[in-house]
Design a protein around this ligand. Sequence first.
Ligand code: GDP
Length: 363
Amino acid sequence: GFNCGIVGLPNVGKSTLFNALTATASAQAANYPFCTIEPNTGRVAVPDPRMDKLAEIGKSVKIVPTSLEFVDIAGLVRGASRGEGLGNQFLANIRETDAIIHVLRCFEDDDITHVEGGVDPIRDAEIVETELMLADLESLEKRLVQAGKRAKGNDREAQAFVALGEPLAAALRDGKPARTAVPAGQEAAAAKLGLMTTKPVLYVCNVEEASAADGNAFSAKVADKAKAEGAGVVIVSAAIEAELSQLPAEDQREFLEGLGLHESGLDRVIAAGYRLLGLQTYFTVGPKETRAWTITAGTKAPQAAAVIHNDFERGFIACETIAYDDYVAFKGEAGAREAGKLRIEGREYVVRDGDVLLFRFNV
Ligand code: GDP
């Protein structure tokens, strides 16, 4: 599965957000640094209103959403790349994630200690980013020295590593994240280097309750930064999300509307995390269940089938495909078939977001 690591300085609201996300009390929120020591992992359903529509038309008795994993990573402080705080532990955990959700404190509260003094999300973001860049540079330089020796001996793999790694190291020495130096088309190769600053980033601005709908001056600055970097940004109030997660589902909508909100911040974080990872959804619809499945953009039909079961890929013959809009417009499979909207696609078909699929395969 895919996962997002939640990072940020201590006391910015990571655990509050993570707890709300998983609606468990496993990650203890408290007013002191380093309270989350082990990484906590939670699986959350990816909300998708299209499933309700499909289940209604397809008369499914059950809906099974797809899910995304979140890891609450212990608080990092200035100096983590030199082993300060929980530095090494933090860095090891973050290397294993697919994307970074960077929580920034954008709320004032004199009762909650700020490890760096006053509230300044841009400074905080730069502290965290600097630690990640320093750790990346150290790990990359070590490996470049080794690979450099082997490259002289005509080791092709080492030569490729040096060719890709050198410009990244140069960017890091220059104080820029490695992702800024990845050549077009080399993203997959760069991702395999195990660096942190090549991972996609989503900034989550944790604002006070009154600013949950529109953000505040702090979150506006973060939005500018995100835009300049091509990163994502979401505004949430972790305090509201914590309260919301304790309410029964039927009361949540009313609570949100009372605050001028249409959607929970967590739903927006989950959706943004999903987009950040380049993920897409296809559906299977039947009387037993309507189910969502996760693939990366560009996945072909046999590999999409493998998400359901490995045997589906091996024995893949074809897939019956109906686009979501057609499935809805023609009220299901029979109607779509009659309207000529059911296509038979083969091995080379690139599955599109929202496709309703039925695989034909040999067992
Ligand atoms: P972490 O160290 O980043 O995981 O931060 P926590 O989630 O443990 O939060 C630290 C403290 O800030 C706790 O006392 C939280 O209740 C409080 N806190 C978190 N989010 C908010 C918020 O949006 N507003 C206010 N006023 N306090 C918050």
